[in-house]
Design a protein around this ligand. Structure first.
Ligand code: G6P
Length: 369
């Protein structure tokens, strides 16, 4: 097992560090050389078929569900098709409104999660076109879906998913650009902008991984707090959900993610002196609004760690510590912003002496209901 860990203490940290390479694999041979379009030769949809799609449902569990939430932003905003995201165990029991004009996308690292597989079967039964995004070739879900695209992240061993999530995000963004291309809802310029942004990601992830000392220090300092809140707006909210899940799964710290604007409708009552709040502020279009939410928690004496894009000098005035991510398009920022959150969870779990790779009560792949 030590050999398999390649010198790392745990599979999880090894997999965190594998992300630049994993993402490169996800993108390899799928970006046109001149950045003009996405190549997904696996997909056999015609322009007419895509024009007929009236709704997309994304169904998944756990981290893959969180990736689906990010996917919703990508797909809706680029392809202008309404998207619903559902937890697989809920989807199958609520008579979903799905028909032959629906595209059902199931996301599953393992391709074996029973609830996701059952949801896929249900969507098929109702006549939907189905697509699987998975990491495991030949898995049950890949065999059941009409079409499949692989994340090519390589084997993920740690129970807490890291490189599967970031590669799912990359693939979701490529899929959204691809579908938008078929539906003529994306300009050549926007497409090129996003594709060149995607190309920068491996080097940018690498940059974050080169300096993890401050993240380690925060984790050691706050690793013994019992509650942590994650706040953000728009795509930052989706990333906040994944950050909270990671922390809960492996460090057993109670963590909650909130849409920053929703705090004042209840959760703000829990924000008291010394409570750590991780505030994501990478989305320029809602930046000022997020800052005002940060001020709200700061006014209650929370300890605020801000996650922001490099060059953001303003945020430093309102938070206790800042972790910067390299500058990126708002769509691609989540793929970078999740990295400090994975590292925080990892180092918090190590600080608390938890069994990082095999957290209590959890399994890598849940093949029972
Ligand atoms: C389990 C794992 C999670 C994972 C979820 C979905 O609960 O512990 O890390 O996100 O299953 O797994 P899947 O293989 O379908 O992505």
């Amino acid at each position: 097992e030590a050999a398999e860990k390649g010198g790392y203490e745990h599979f999880m940290i090894k997999e965190i560090y594998e992300q630049p390479r994993a993402i490169r694999e996800t993108m390899s041979s799928r970006l046109a050389k001149d950045d003009s379009h996405i190549i997904l030769d696996e997909l056999k949809w015609t322009k007419q078929e895509m024009a007929a799609i009236k709704k997309i449902v994304v169904v998944a569990c756990g981290t893959a569900y969180n990736a689906g939430l990010v996917g919703k932003y990508y797909l809706e905003s680029l392809s202008r098709i309404p998207v619903e995201v559902d937890v697989a165990s809920e989807f199958r029991y609520r008579s979903p409104l799905v028909d032959e004009n629906t595209l059902a996308i199931v996301v599953s690292q393992s391709g074996e999660t029973l609830d996701t597989l059952a949801a896929l079967k249900e969507a098929k039964r109702l006549g939907a076109k189905t697509l699987a995004i998975t990491n495991v070739v030949g898995s049950s879900i890949s065999r059941e879906a009409d079409q499949v695209i692989y994340t090519w992240a390589g084997p993920e061993i740690a129970v807490a998913s890291t490189k599967a999530y970031t590669t799912q995000l990359v693939l979701m963004s490529m899929l959204a650009i691809y579908i938008a291309g078929l539906r003529d809802t994306i300009s050549a310029e926007r497409s090129r902008e996003l594709i060149s942004g995607l190309r920068n990601l491996p080097a940018q992830l690498h940059e974050i991984l080169e300096d993890v000392e401050s993240i380690k220090t925060f984790a050691q300092k706050y690793g013994f707090n019992e509650d942590v809140f994650f706040i953000g707006r728009s795509l930052d909210y989706a990333v906040a959900l994944e950050g909270a899940l990671k922390l809960k799964e492996i460090s057993y710290i109670h963590a909650e993610a909130y849409a920053a604007g929703e705090l004042k409708h209840g959760t703000l009552a829990l924000i008291i002196e010394g409570v750590p709040v991780i505030a994501l502020a990478t989305q320029h279009d809602v930046y000022e609004k997020t800052l005002s939410n940060i001020k709200e928690v700061k006014a209650r004496d929370a300890i605020v760690i801000g996650i922001a894009q490099q060059g953001d000098e303003q945020i430093k005035k309102y938070v206790d510590h800042t972790i910067f991510i390299p500058q990126a398009d708002k769509f691609l920022a989540p793929i970078l912003a999740v990295l400090p959150l994975q590292l925080l969870a990892y180092y918090a779990a190590v600080t608390r002496g938890c069994d990082v790779d095999k957290p209590r009560n959890l399994a890598k792949s849940v093949t029972v209901e």
